[in-house]
Design a protein around this ligand. Sequence first.
Ligand SMILES: Nc1nc2c(ncn2[C@@H]2O[C@H](COP(=O)(O)OP(=O)(O)OP(=O)(O)O)[C@@H](O)[C@H]2O)c(=O)[nH]1
Length: 432
Amino acid sequence: MASNARSEQRDISLEGRQKHLLIVEDSRLVGKILKHLASSMLPDYTVHYATTYKEGCELFEQHQHNIFAAIIDLNLPDAPNGEMAGYLLSNELPIIVLTGNYSDESRERLLLLGVVDYVTKESQYSYEHAIGLVRRLEKNQSIKIVVAEDSQAQQMFITSLLEQHLYQVITANNGAEALAIIEQDPSINLLITDYNMPQMDGFELTKALRRKFNKSELIIIGLSGVEQKTLSARFIKNGANDFLCKPFIQEEFHCRVTHNIEAQEQLNRIREWAYHDALTNLYNRRYLFDKGLELHKNARKNGEALSIAVIDIDHFKQINDTYGHDVGDKVLIAISSLLTSSLGDYPIIRMGGEEFCIVMPNKCNQDAYDIIDQFRDNLAGKTIVADPRITITISAGVASALQQSLDDQINAADKLLYQAKEDGRNRTVKET
Ligand SMILES: Nc1nc2c(ncn2[C@@H]2O[C@H](COP(=O)(O)OP(=O)(O)OP(=O)(O)O)[C@@H](O)[C@H]2O)c(=O)[nH]1
């Protein structure tokens, strides 16, 4: 097992840097298109623009500690043979090269040099692709990829391709090693695995991992040789997301890796939306009955404490009736942000209307009561919305008896909340 030294070095060196992009392009028109696209697609970046090799070098020297990547024209008036690319690559800067005309030789030369990608100046899409790659590189720095491959030459080749795109790479010499690495680090996003390996082959590894991680949690790309065509289908049937036949060309490799990572990101984004309440951005009921259920099951299985608190704003209808629904919404947003800043260690769910639920693993009834009642006490009398000035109080119920289902425990907390309302509001009621 060997984590990649160059990636680690780059990660550290980029930490705290501002986002600066260097563009070196002598055509005013192309430069204008790139600057325009950068301002809309990378609004958080400062763009330095040069039209010659000399200017490009000067700008790089001035801002090199902040420059993250460069998009450069291969042939500049004062550097017709790709000298700009050579200079920036010797300074370990990721570069995307623009070229006026494609040829197999120049493609080969550029990829050998170690550029991130080359883009032919053909259409608006080419320029969008170049700018989009900068954002991709930025995200790649936090993506961890395990390469399981017993051939040292193949392992080094795949690692170098991934490094060029700034991924964090961890290598394994066989399936058993890869399995141990991934089991220890659930933040690993992707595994690229060969089939033929000592100790544990690619299929066994894929099968073992699929018992623990589904396809959106861990992407698996299998590698198979041309002489073993059926391996690819078998990889998929054993749970791999995708496969690649060796030998592959670099573009094909990057396309497959990027495509799978972007699909995973898209899925995670959709899942995030599906789990969040649109007004307050707190979790919603769907989250409660997926993740909350898991927490509840685990607590029961391990004999650990888990408390459920249900909180409700007192006389919220009066706020709506007096000031209107918009002000009511402001109050809901304000209390959600207070809940997050005070109780953000626990999942906070908007159950609907002005009712919130907090799942508190490892908290017994008294501990959970103390935390929730402290929050209630701090809130009472505090101005929650400044204009018009609004103060609120809340009532809460805290249930911790785990013999019930999650649903039953929420109902029990709801009953205690009802009692708090009955007893005069602005109070917390726990189990007796
Ligand atoms: N502004 C706003 N109001 C909402 C929203 N969802 C529900 N409500 C309102 O919340 C109010 C809830 O009122 P009630 O259930 O009568 O409760 P309450 O006035 O808080 O009284 P108690 O809970 O008994 O103290 C109703 O007026 C709903 O229309 C929302 O998303 N935004």
